[in-house]
Ligand binder design. Structure first.
Ligand code: ATP
Ligand code: MG
Length: 358
């Protein structure tokens, strides 16, 4: 059971605390994606799991063995680094074979494993080249290949696709998902890319300032975010700030948003409190839509056509809103428009703590 369990893990450099009380369990064979803004501690956390960084406090266990004091080479982990370094004087083949050679794996077995990895990663025709004769994307694939040939129990991947162009990224995303199915290794995958996070992971961990904000399936994180940070980080969300009253949420400019039925009791109970209604762009509908909701007359100040959909930018009172509509609906900039807020899909947050109220 290559389960990875972190319990109350902390990391500080000098007096600065970087990882703050992280506890999480990655199940055997699970694919967990870790996302968060730059500098939030993703690489630090991965490096601690790999054993490349010491732990200030807490425990990390792999396969039910606490590995705090176990050196990286004895953890049965392979890591693909954000800033991978290939050996410049070695060929692609030798770069991928190096780790196995150091472990005294027989030559024939090394060749089989490297050839297999090269086939998976479409590097077969490049095996004799040196890294400087490769594109950035090809080098990144060699770095992935080095990890694959090790056949580890746990894969740690730190933004492995960040140097690839959009097309290759999509292709590699599918390849890595397929690879994971075949290798069945527990995987922790760090990315900035929302699409990668939503499509690749069994579960997503959202990290901010060294703290876990939420860990759940992609869909639940999207539909049921724990706080405003998660809601705004995974997908887009419009935030409308106001004061709760019996009838709903009164925006600063006088507009009253009717609270969804599910939130009404909380609204009445918390009357007078500053709150934020969170609405996804897809929850602003044309007035003709069958869904029930609250109608508003607005004037889009900008319409962005994105092919299959269009983004409508308008103001509700003084608050800027973005709505996502199918592109075949006729909308013009500066022309009045009736729009419906699907209130039942809206979420309510506390304005001060930014946590979900319900
Ligand atoms: N050796 C170090 N000494 C002091 N501070 C460090 C050290 N390494 C990292 N940090 C700090 O720790 C924080 C987390 O860094 P980390 O590299 O884990 O972020 P990240 O989430 O991987 O960011 P990115 O998405 O940009 O790669 C940053 O503020 C960074 O400056
Ligand atoms: Mg990083």
């Amino acid at each position: 059971m290559a389960e990875v369990v972190l319990e109350n893990v902390f990391k500080s450099y000098d007096q600065t605390s970087i990882i703050r009380d992280v506890s999480l369990t990655v199940h055997d064979r699970e694919f967990v994606v870790m996302v968060g803004p730059s500098g939030c501690g993703k690489s630090t956390l991965l490096r601690m799991i790999a054993g490349l960084e010491s732990i200030t406090d807490g425990t990390i266990a792999i396969e039910e063995r606490i590995v705090n004091a176990v050196p990286p080479k004895d953890r049965d982990i392979a890591m693909v680094f954000q800033n991978y370094a290939l050996y410049p004087h070695m060929s692609v083949f030798e770069n991928m074979a190096f780790g196995l050679k150091m472990r005294n794996v027989p030559k024939a077995e090394i060749k089989t494993k490297v050839d297999e990895a090269a086939r998976i990663l479409d590097l077969e025709h490049l095996l004799d080249r040196k890294p400087k004769q490769l594109s950035g994307g090809q080098r990144q694939r060699v770095a992935l290949g080095r990890a694959i040939v090790r056949n580890p129990k746990v894969f740690l991947m730190d933004e492995p696709l960040s140097n690839l162009d959009a097309k290759l990224r999509i292709q590699m995303r599918t390849e890595i998902a397929a690879l994971h199915k075949r290798l069945n290794a527990t995987t922790i995958y760090v990315t900035h890319d929302q699409v990668e996070a939503m499509t690749m992971g069994d579960r997503i961990v959202i990290l901010n300032q060294g703290k876990i904000q939420q860990m759940d399936t992609p869909l639940r994180v999207y539909q049921d975010p724990a706080n405003m940070f998660v809601a705004g980080f995974v997908g887009q969300m419009n935030f409308l700030t106001g004061i709760l009253e019996a009838g709903g949420l009164r925006l600063g400019d006088g507009v009253l948003l009717t609270l969804p039925d599910a939130l009404k009791p909380q609204g009445e109970q918390l009357s007078g409190r500053a709150a934020v209604l969170g609405v996804r762009p897809e929850h602003w509908l044309p007035q003709s839509a069958p869904e029930s909701g609250q109608d508003f007359d607005v004037v889009p100040n900008r319409v962005e056509l994105l092919g299959s959909e269009q983004m409508l930018h308008f103001a509700l009172g003084k608050q800027a809103i973005t709505a996502r509509w199918p592109s075949d609906l006729p909308v013009s900039e500066d022309q009045p428009l009736s729009i419906k807020l699907e209130t039942n899909k809206a979420l309510l947050f506390d304005a001060a703590s930014e946590e979900r109220i319900v």
